[in-house]
Design a protein around this ligand. Sequence first.
Ligand SMILES: C[S@@+](CC[C@H](N)C(=O)[O-])C[C@H]1O[C@@H](n2cnc3c(N)ncnc32)[C@H](O)[C@@H]1O
Length: 255
Amino acid sequence: MDKYRVSWLEETDETVAIDVALHGDIAQLTLDSSGVALNRRGYRTWNGEAPLRETLAAALVSLSPWRPGMRLHDPMCGTGTLMIEAAMRMANRAPGLTRSFAIESWRFTPSQAFAQIREEAMAAFAPDRIEGISGADIDPQAVELANRHLRQAGLAGKVPLTVADARDCRIDAPQGAFLCNPPYGERLSDRRACEALYREMGLLLRRHPGFTLSAITSHPGFERCFGRRADRKRRFYNGRLECEFMTFGLPARGR
Ligand SMILES: C[S@@+](CC[C@H](N)C(=O)[O-])C[C@H]1O[C@@H](n2cnc3c(N)ncnc32)[C@H](O)[C@@H]1O
């Protein structure tokens, strides 16, 4: 008001969201250039049971020992978030390729620049690079949703998904990585079944000696049920649940 010598600013223009963060007696004002939250990539429209946020899934992919070119399998893929984020990374797909950002509609930013950035990102997207990524889930509906999400991400047919029980999982490759978000057994009635499943996950890794296994869970007894101590751990919040992301089977020099 001092600067423009007015006592009132008319609301005559477009809406621009401003975030205000207070730290002691300092207020930091920032323009929200994203709009809808960044985890909304635009491919997930049907949420299954306990899906991971896309941004958390992307972080777990990065923190796992998997690197593009290696074999990767999620034996409990649910709606496919982990596999889709890994495939997007392998295909060099910009995460926000098909969503819009608030900044694109601002009058005072150059819309031509955004069109050009989007064009460049589209040209860099190489879905034919995707190979060696697969997933499975015991629930046929989850697999159907995951396939729908793959199509919506422009990745149809690039990540084979099957309806299968993780307890029977066998991957025909000498080396690779399992990455998963198993059920946590938050309800007491589910706890026993989850603990039995964690034991089976330990056996799954034993059947695949050249593999690593990374999993995120809030269950405090995961390592006990799995049958060994994790080689690497990192704490996360999945929504409001405090979780640990654990990796097993790392060679000694990777721990
Ligand atoms: C927490 S959800 C995974 C969510 C997934 N990360 C997503 O983003 O949608 C756990 C999944 O494990 C699956 N599941 C539970 N027991 C299983 C088993 N024995 N074999 C395979 N999948 C199983 C459930 O059907 C469920 O989809």
